[in-house]
Ligand binder design. Sequence first.
Ligand code: AKB
Length: 315
Amino acid sequence: MKRIMVTGAVGQIGSELTLALRERYGGDRVVACGRKTRPSDALESSGPFEWADCTDPKRLSEVVTEYEIDTIYHLAAILSAVAEAKPQLAWDVNINGLYNVLEVAREHGCAVFTPSSIGAFGPTTPLDDTPQDTIQRPNTMYGVTKVAGELLCDYYFKRFGVDTRGVRFPGIISNVTLPGGGTTDYAVAIYYAAIEQGRYTCYLKQGTYLDMMYMPDAIKAAIDIMEADPDKLAHRNAFNVTAMSFAPEHIAAEIRKHIPDFEMDHEIDPVRQAIAETWPNKMDDSAARAEWGWEPSYDLTSMTEDMLKVLRSRR
Ligand code: AKB
């Protein structure tokens, strides 16, 4: 039975993944770690919570020792748009933080899940049906840290036998905790705006296709890969995983099926538009499907139905 530590547990993915892990493995076996933001009541009442910053290796080691951790879900990271505004911070958190986690894992014999991202690709990557193994020359700090992170995880597996595993997440859409500072955040904000204002101003241009995924599928991916039979994993780290690919006008059209008067206009953010244009239109995730049975449950239609139902029920 696993004993798990989750870094970045108060963030967009962490806040929901931690609860799912607690449901699966038991509340007291999953330690949520945060750096600054107070945990929600649900997070605080369902299991242990510790303040631990991934840039502080001593603190990570203390938590791993105290709770006899054998698996680390390392979710603490700076997202793409913030990384472009604060590249030094992005390097520190995304690279030094990951290095600290891998070192603690090596010393204590832990397995490690680390999400990479569609941001690990760049302008010279084939943008359609982006293969699992392909050119990765990103031109953003986020991308640089994600590619380096993928390589570092591979290295720790090959050199030290640390059981590292991971996926390249697309934009994740959720209705619990808002994402902070990503390029794909519009696909979350648009649902809140549709419910609250009936209109949305999108910072990406029409025709900007990106891979996306609804949170329940992201949680499934993170759990399934860590439970996969290691003998079947030819790739281990950085599996392409996707559930849908769309451009802003497609999500707007889907919302209009439920809110016919919904309006969207565009005010382009040059930084996020430039980032999005270097990311895949649609990834090929056949390696994940073949090696550990990846299969998403939600598409744009079913996700939109669920997002609007959940957000409306909270009004
Ligand atoms: C971002 O937009 O930065 C993230 C990601 C796709 O990695 N959501």
